[in-house]
Design a protein around this ligand. Structure first.
Ligand code: IVH
Length: 672
C-alpha cells in the first residue's frame, strides 16, 4: 500500500472512532462534547472520503446507519418505519443545488413546491395513536430501535392522550406522528440557574435538558419539567389519507396535535431561502432553540418518487443556521465558589464579539471537562453560545506556544483558604468552610435578588465589597448597615448610599414565600417556597415542620423534605433565621377563602403583563380565591388571563378553545 492510501485509511478509521464516540455521548449519555456543527463536519469529511475512495467504506461505518444504540435503561421499540435523518445544506448555494438535484431527478424544469419548517433543536420522538388513543411514545434511538418512554411522554401537557374527533369520518386506525420534544428557553435558563445554585452540573443546552428530562426512569421528574412538542412528520398511517406535507400538518393539527405555527408553503426554493433569512433574524426571539430550516418537497407523490439515499430522504434537507461561534484566547482559568461551596472553573478570555455581545468569560463546567478538552492558559479556543446561555468552550483550536502546564484544582479555597473536599468518583469540588466569604457573597446575592427580597441597588459588586470588608458576615446584617458605612465604600456617593438604605428598609415588608426562597435552601426555589408559605404560614412553623409534614406539601418529595430539615437542623442556620425574622416584617400569604364557588379548583394561566398588578399579586389573588395557577395552557386550563403582549399561550388558548379573560374581566371574576 502506498503511504497516501495508508494515510487515508488511518484518517477514515480515526473519523469513524470519533463519530462513534460522539454518537454515544449524544444519544446515550445526553452529554455531547462537540457542537452539532463540528459533528456535521466530521461526518461530511467521512462521507466524502468514502465516496471518493469506496475501498475505505466498512459495513459498520457510522455513515451506514442513522445513529447510536439506544440505552439499555428502557424497553426497545422497533419503529414500523425507520426514522430517518436529514442531509444538511450549509448555505444558499447548497440549497439551490439541492433544488436542482430534485428537479433533475424528477425530470422537471418547473418550480418544486416546498414546505419550510423550523428545524427544532430538541429530541426526536414518535407518538403512536391507535383508534385515537396514545398507546406508545418512544425516542428515535438509532432510527430503527427507539426507547419506550411512554410514561414520560404522557406527562407532556401538549401531547393529547386522545385525538380530537375529525369533522368527517372516524378516527384513524393507526397514526404514527414524529415530532421534536423541546425545552423552552426561559424555563431552561431557570432550571440551569437552579442547578448551578444547588451544586449540580448545568445542562449544556436545551436539547440536552429535553433529552435528560425525557429519558428519566421516574416520570415524576419528567412531569416537573416544562417540556413541549412540535409534531412534524408522519410514520406509519392507516385509515386516513394525506396528499402532502402541508395537508398532513393541517390534518394532525385538527386532530389536536401541536404543529409549529411558523411553518410555510413556499412555491419554490427562493421562498425557502427567504424564510431562512427571516428566521435567522428572529430565531433569538423564539422561546425554543432552532438550528435551521427544514425544506420538504410538499406533494407526497413526489416524495415517493424521490425516495431516500442511505440515511436520509432525497426530498428533504436541513438548511442550517450559521453557528454562533468565535475563536479567542484563554488568558486565565479562574475558580469561582458558589453558594453551597462548589468550585467552578471559568475561562477568562480575550474579549471577542459573538452574536452581538462581547464575551470575556466562558464556563468550563468542571475539572473533568477541562481535562477532556485539555484546555490550558494561552490556548486558542472555539467558544459557542447556544441561545442565551453562558458561552462555553467547545474545544482547543490552537494550543498555546509554549504550552502552559495542565490546569489543576487549587488545594485550598481560592477565596478563604479553607480545605477543598472532593469525593472519589464525583465531579464536584467543594470548599468546606460554611463561613467562606464567597459562599456568603453568593448567599447574599441570592437573598437580595428579584425573586427574593428584591433589594434594589444591592448589586454584585457592592455585595462583594461588603463581604470582603467584613461588613456582612450573615444575611441579617444587611439590615444593620448604615448610610455612613456604605458611603465609605468605593464608588459610593452619599446619595446612592442613602438610596440603598431606603431600599433595604422597604424590603423589610416582605411576603413569606420570598423570604423562604431567599434563604437559599437546597432544592427550594420560587415555586416550592410558595407552596411552603401557603402550608406553614410562618417561618417558625416551617422551621419546626417534620420531614413527614414537609412531604405532605404539594410537589415536595423525599429529597426536598430532607434538604429543608437538614437546613433547619443546622444551629447556625436556625440562629440566622431567627435573627432575620426579628428584623423583617413578614406577611403570610392571604388565607384561602373557603367556598368562593366560582374559583374553587379552577386553574389559571397568566400571560402577558397586567396593568393594575404584578404577576405575583395576580397569582396571590387567584390562590386566595381557591384557584390554582399553572404555567402551561392545556385543555384542562379553565382560564387564560391575557395581559399586554400576550403571545403563544393566548394563541394556544384559542387553539384549544380555553376561555380567555382580559384584565377587566379577570378583576370582575376575582372580586366577584
Ligand atoms: S423531518 C425524514 N422536520 O432533525 C424527515 N425533522 O436530522 C426527518 N428535526 O431527528 C424528520 N425539526 O427530529 C423534520 N421540522 C422538522 C424537524 C426535524 C427538527 C429533527 C428530527 C430529526 C433530525 C434530522
Amino acid at each position: 500500500m502506498s503511504t497516501q492510501s495508508d494515510k487515508l485509511h488511518a484518517e477514515a478509521a480515526r473519523l469513524r472512532d470519533q463519530i462513534d464516540r460522539h454518537n454515544y455521548r449524544y444519544y446515550v449519555l445526553d452529554d455531547p462534547e462537540v457542537t452539532d456543527a463540528e459533528y456535521d463536519r466530521l461526518m461530511r469529511r467521512l462521507e466524502v472520503l468514502e465516496r471518493d475512495h469506496p475501498n475505505l467504506l466498512t459495513p459498520d461505518s457510522p455513515t451506514q446507519r442513522v445513529g447510536a444504540k439506544p440505552s439499555e435503561k428502557f424497553a426497545v421499540v422497533v419503529h414500523r418505519k425507520q426514522m430517518l435523518s436529514l442531509a444538511n445544506a450549509m448555505d444558499a448555494a447548497e440549497m439551490i443545488e439541492f433544488d436542482q438535484r430534485i428537479k433533475r431527478f424528477l425530470k422537471n424544469d418547473g418550480d418544486v413546491e416546498y414546505v419550510a419548517e423550523v428545524k427544532l433543536d430538541g429530541l426526536a420522538v414518535e407518538l403512536i395513536y391507535e383508534d385515537g388513543r396514545l398507546t406508545k411514545g418512544s425516542t428515535r434511538g438509532d432510527g430503527v430501535n427507539g426507547e419506550d418512554v411512554t410514561p414520560n411522554i404522557r406527562t407532556i401537557k401538549s401531547i393529547p392522550l386522545r385525538l380530537l374527533k375529525p369533522v368527517r369520518g372516524p378516527l384513524p386506525k393507526l397514526l404514527e406522528v414524529r415530532g421534536e420534544v423541546i425545552f423552552p428557553r426561559k424555563a431552561f435558563d431557570r432550571l440551569n440557574a437552579d442547578r448551578v445554585r444547588e451544586g449540580e452540573a448545568p445542562f449544556a443546552n436545551p436539547r440536552n435538558a429535553a433529552a435528560g428530562s425525557l429519558r428519566q426512569l421516574d416520570p415524576q421528574i419528567t412531569a416537573a419539567r416544562p417540556l413541549d412538542i412540535f409534531c412534524h412528520s408522519p410514520g406509519a398511517i392507516e385509515g386516513i389519507e394525506f396528499k402532502s406535507q402541508w395537508d398532513f400538518l393541517q390534518g394532525i393539527k385538527a386532530l389536536g396535535l401541536r404543529v409549529n405555527p411558523l411553518t410555510r408553503v413556499c412555491p419554490n426554493v427562493e421562498g425557502v431561502i427567504a424564510f431562512w433569512n427571516d428566521l435567522t433574524e428572529r430565531r433569538h426571539q423564539l422561546d425554543y432553540e432552532a438550528d435551521g430550516v427544514v425544506a420538504k418537497v410538499n406533494p407526497f407523490a413526489l416524495q415517493d418518487q424521490l425516495g431516500e439515499v442511505s440515511r436520509s430522504p432525497r426530498w428533504a434537507v436541513a438548511y442550517k443556521f450559521k453557528a454562533q461561534q468565535a475563536e479567542t484566547q484563554v488568558r486565565d482559568i479562574e475558580v469561582q465558589v458558589g453558594r453551597i461551596g462548589s468550585l467552578t472553573p471559568v475561562a477568562k478570555l480575550a474579549p471577542v464579539a459573538l452574536a452581538g455581545v462581547t464575551i470575556s468569560n466562558a464556563s468550563l463546567h468542571n475539572l473533568d471537562e477541562i481535562r477532556r478538552k485539555d484546555v490550558r492558559v494561552g490556548d486558542t479556543v472555539l467558544i459557542e453560545r447556544a441561545g442565551d446561555v453562558i458561552p462555553y468552550v467547545v474545544r482547543v483550536t490552537r494550543p498555546g506556544h509554549p504550552r502552559s502546564p495542565e490546569f489543576a484544582m487549587p488545594p485550598h479555597c481560592p477565596v478563604c483558604g479553607a480545605a477543598i473536599v472532593h469525593e472519589e468518583g464525583e465531579v464536584g469540588y467543594f470548599c468546606v468552610n460554611a463561613n467562606c466569604p464567597a459562599r456568603m457573597r453568593e448567599s447574599i446575592r441570592h437573598f437580595a435578588s428579584k425573586a427574593a427580597l428584591d433589594i434594589d441597588g444591592l448589586g454584585d459588586k457592592l455585595v462583594a465589597q461588603l463581604v470582603e470588608k467584613g461588613m456582612l458576615k450573615e444575611l441579617d446584617e444587611i439590615f444593620d448597615l448604615t448610610a455612613d458605612q456604605i458611603a465609605g465604600l468605593e464608588r459610593m456617593a452619599a446619595k446612592s448610599a442613602r438610596n440603598l438604605i431606603g431600599a433595604i428598609d422597604r424590603s423589610r415588608n416582605v411576603a413569606l414565600d420570598r423570604v423562604i426562597n431567599g434563604l437559599g435552601i437546597r432544592h427550594v426555589g420560587e415555586h416550592t417556597a410558595r407552596q411552603l408559605a401557603l402550608r406553614f404560614r410562618t417561618l417558625g412553623a416551617l422551621m419546626d415542620a417534620s420531614e413527614d409534614e414537609l412531604r405532605a406539601v404539594r410537589d415536595i418529595g423525599d429529597e426536598v423534605a430532607h434538604s429543608i430539615r437538614e437546613y433547619f437542623d443546622e444551629p447556625r442556620n436556625r440562629d440566622a433565621v431567627v435573627r432575620l425574622a426579628r428584623k423583617l416584617n413578614i406577611a403570610p400569604p392571604p388565607a384561602p377563602v373557603e367556598g368562593r364557588g366560582a374559583l374553587r379548583g379552577k386553574s389559571f394561566v397568566l400571560t402577558g403583563a397586567l396593568e393594575s398588578m404584578t404577576r405575583e399579586e395576580a397569582e396571590q389573588k387567584i390562590l386566595a380565591a381557591g384557584g390554582r395557577v399553572t404555567s402551561a395552557v392545556s385543555r384542562k386550563t379553565d382560564f387564560v388571563v391575557a395581559g399586554a403582549e400576550a403571545g403563544s399561550k393566548l394563541r394556544k388558548a384559542g387553539d384549544l378553545g380555553v376561555k380567555t379573560l382580559d384584565e377587566r374581566e379577570f378583576l370582575t371574576l376575582i372580586e366577584g
